[in-house]
Design a protein around this ligand. Structure first.
Ligand code: ADP
Length: 155
């Protein structure tokens, strides 16, 4: 039954990993930091309908999260650079290793700084400088779906 499902879902958190529940980077709606908040960009953001949009820099690193509610007072005719808004609100993402267990990331989310984390993999094979590859994003909702063992239908 439902309660038993939730119990087993909660217990699964210690043997499931972020990489099992993340949204892959190719499927993430994200924006380059050099974009302008003109009519075209604002329409694109609204059409996707996400609460948070990762913003990547010239080296493809996700350095900010744009909260779409922060756009409420922005006039597309002003053509404000996305970078200006990002720096003003300064929402920095959490970063998490792809091998992080779900109970650990849940604790991070419950601290309340951010409900989205950028999933990374460290490449350190000695041939070149160590670097992080961005594999995807994970949100509190992805973890809750594992506990409830069902999809959460968006409003
Ligand atoms: P929202 O509040 O925007 O609906 P949630 O945090 O509730 O986002 O997550 C719902 C699902 O959408 C999760 O699977 C999450 O990984 C995914 N998701 C969240 N933001 C984005 C985004 N910008 N691009 C692609 N997928 C996203």
């Amino acid at each position: 039954d439902n309660e038993a499902n939730i119990m087993s879902g909660a217990m699964q958190l210690t043997n499931k990993y972020v990489k099992d529940v993340m949204t892959k980077i190719a499927d993430v709606f994200k924006l380059g930091i050099n974009r302008t908040l003109n009519y075209e960009t604002m329409t694109e953001i609204m059409k996707h309908g996400y609460t948070r949009v990762p913003v990547f820099d010239s080296e493809n690193n996700i350095t900010y999260l744009l909260n779409t509610k922060d756009l409420a007072l922005i006039d597309p005719d002003d053509c404000i650079p996305l970078s200006t808004v990002c720096k003003f609100y300064d929402h920095r993402p959490l970063y998490v290793d792809h091998d992080c267990k779900l109970d650990t990331i849940l604790q991070e989310f419950l601290k309340g700084d951010s409900h989205m984390a950028v999933v990374q993999k460290l490449h350190n094979n000695g041939n070149h400088d160590p670097y992080f590859e961005t594999l995807g994003i994970v949100t509190l909702e992805d973890v809750l779906e594992e506990i409830l063992q069902r999809e959460i239908i968006d409003e």
